[in-house]
Design a protein around this ligand. Sequence first.
Ligand SMILES: [Mg+2]
Length: 215
Amino acid sequence: MLYKTLFIDLDETVYPSSTGLWEAIRQRIDLFLHEKMHFSWEEIPATRQYLYSNYGTTLRGLKALYHIDENFYLDFVHDIPLQNYLKPDPELRRVLKSYPQRKFIFTNADANHAKRVLEALQISDCFEDIIDIHTITPYCKPMPEAYHIALKYSGEDDAAKCVLIDDTVGNLATARESGFFTIRVGSDEPSKEYHQGIKSLIDLPLALKPHPLFQ
Ligand SMILES: [Mg+2]
């Protein structure tokens, strides 16, 4: 099967969790809840869990319950010196370039953050476009509507010709139900929720054969 398009998640997919970047973003989210929303530090873990479970992301929950400004939140939580966490990744660049398929970033974060991450890794030119939280609003992964919007945005009409690559099992499960070929990044454990697992995006050729002409 020759897949036409790859939809690749951003955070903890194009870079590993060991970089500490996502943990730094998580701490900025906590700081937002404390400084801007005036939750006590003790309330914050349960609050975040509630927002995530009921609304999909902290941002969607804060928008629904408190009408907070989306860009104010996104700029605050991503205000991090990326160069302290990420460095150029020529090996990943080579792997991505070995696939002739169209490639999109598909993320619940915003395009500003995605662009900065891709630039820090020096892989921006591997991607045709970024499908971000603004593109899929009012939805987010893993809501099925987000995947329908991503397909429509990219001009693809058949999920069976597309691959969804993500580190979050819930995001993969919806994609699999929607007809995508699904690859988990971060673990190669087999699961019913996705088709194939790889430890790192660098290992993509273990799950998806590159086109011989591009190797
Ligand atoms: Mg992720």
